[in-house]
Design a protein around this ligand. Structure first.
Ligand SMILES: Cc1cc2nc3c(=O)[nH]c(=O)nc-3n(C[C@H](O)[C@H](O)[C@H](O)COP(=O)(O)OP(=O)(O)OC[C@H]3O[C@@H](n4cnc5c(N)ncnc54)[C@H](O)[C@@H]3O)c2cc1C
Length: 306
């Protein structure tokens, strides 16, 4: 019987493992892919305090090495679900069932993709899925944002402060984001709204140079020169496998707050996979620490104070 199983080796899961092992728990982190999570798909991280500039891979390597060197066991295996047996839980993995006292779910999210020609080829070469993270790399350049919800509108406003021109491309004839954001976007001089249109192709040489945009009305296409393409068409949480045990909101996020508790005693949640305001490395790591201390308290049945 393990003390703690952490699902996912992103910033949230690895931080959870680090805190738990330092508090004396026997902890394993399960990862279905490569360690590091979404961070590995960004060329540079510049907004984590005390770290001036580091590649996503280096960031992931640092946190992984730190965690494993302190005694966290890594299992490269996919988790398929959990069962609540009261005082212990069963974690179902692709290589069998594992018994544990507590679980921390830290399986993150995936970015919804456009699914167009050039998107994969130019990811990290101009195509990005996070304006908060990567906007600063496109200072003074022309960029495009794809999407029509709150995130796309907020990203357009943020990017218009630093980029020279922002093309906001959305497939409908009206935005789904808040009216106040829509009004601000319309009022901003360097944002050009291109409605009823989809991105058909992203092209370039070593980096993005242009996008081909197709009108949904008459099928005509045009080329727009941009250096960056920000895809803001939603995040996909993958919590369906926990849905029979853990409460999810209507978008599929695990319902929780800053306590990182779920509706099941002994099961905690950390990082992008839970309901929260800001999905970033720093908030994921913060959740990892909180969820971990909750698990330690549950296992020890007393209050550990840091
Ligand atoms: C392109 C890009 C650039 C970014 N840049 C920045 C930045 O500069 N600064 C910043 O603060 N934030 C940035 N972010 C956001 C940041 O990466 C995330 O907020 C953070 O990684 C969330 O951490 P997490 O641990 O919650 O989830 P994730 O990083 O998503 O990690 C979850 C892990 O769980 C694993 N997993 C999923 N399901 C299972 C399963 N069933 N079994 C086992 N393992 C599973 C996944 O493979 C993954 O490794 C960026 C995101 C992207 C996509």
């Amino acid at each position: 019987m393990k003390d703690l199983i952490v699902i996912g080796a992103g910033p949230a899961g690895l931080t959870a493992g680090l805190y738990a092992v330092r508090a004396g728990l026997d902890v394993s982190v399960y990862e279905k892919n490569v360690y590091g999570g979404q961070v590995t798909s960004t060329p540079e991280v510049e907004n984590y305090p005390s770290v001036q500039k580091v590649s996503g891979f280096e960031f992931a390597n640092n946190i992984y090495t730190q965690t494993v060197s302190q005694g966290v066991k890594m299992e490269f295996d996919e988790v398929l679900g959990i069962e609540d047996r009261g005082d212990h839980k069963i974690v179902k993995t692709s290589s069998g069932d594992v018994e544990t006292r507590t679980v921390i779910i830290a399986n993150g999210v995936e970015r919804r993709k456009l699914g167009v020609k050039g998107e994969q080829e130019f990811t990290m070469k101009g195509v990005t899925y996070c304006a908060t993270c990567d906007g600063a790399f496109f200072k003074g350049q022309d960029v495009a944002i794809v999407g029509g919800g709150n995130t796309a509108l907020e990203d357009a406003l943020d990017l218009s402060n630093t980029s020279s021109k922002v093309y906001l491309i959305h497939r409908g004839d009206h935005f789904t984001g808040q009216k106040v954001l829509q009004d601000a976007v319309i009022a901003r001089e360097n944002i050009e709204i291109i409605s009823n249109s989809v991105v058909e192709e992203i092209a370039g040489d070593t980096n993005v140079k242009e996008i081909i945009v197709k009108s949904q009305i008459d099928g005509s296409t045009k080329s727009i020169n941009v250096k960056g393409v920000f895809v803001a068409i939603g995040l996909i949480p993958n919590n369906g496998m926990f849905g029979d045990v853990i409460d999810l909101d209507k978008h599929g996020y695990i319902i929780s707050d800053d306590s990182c508790k779920t509706n099941v005693e002994g099961v905690y949640v950390a990082g992008d996979c839970r309901t929260k305001f800001l999905r970033q490395i720093i908030t994921a790591a913060s959740d990892g620490a909180v969820a971990s201390v909750q698990a330690v308290n549950y296992v020890n049945q007393n209050v550990v104070q840091y």
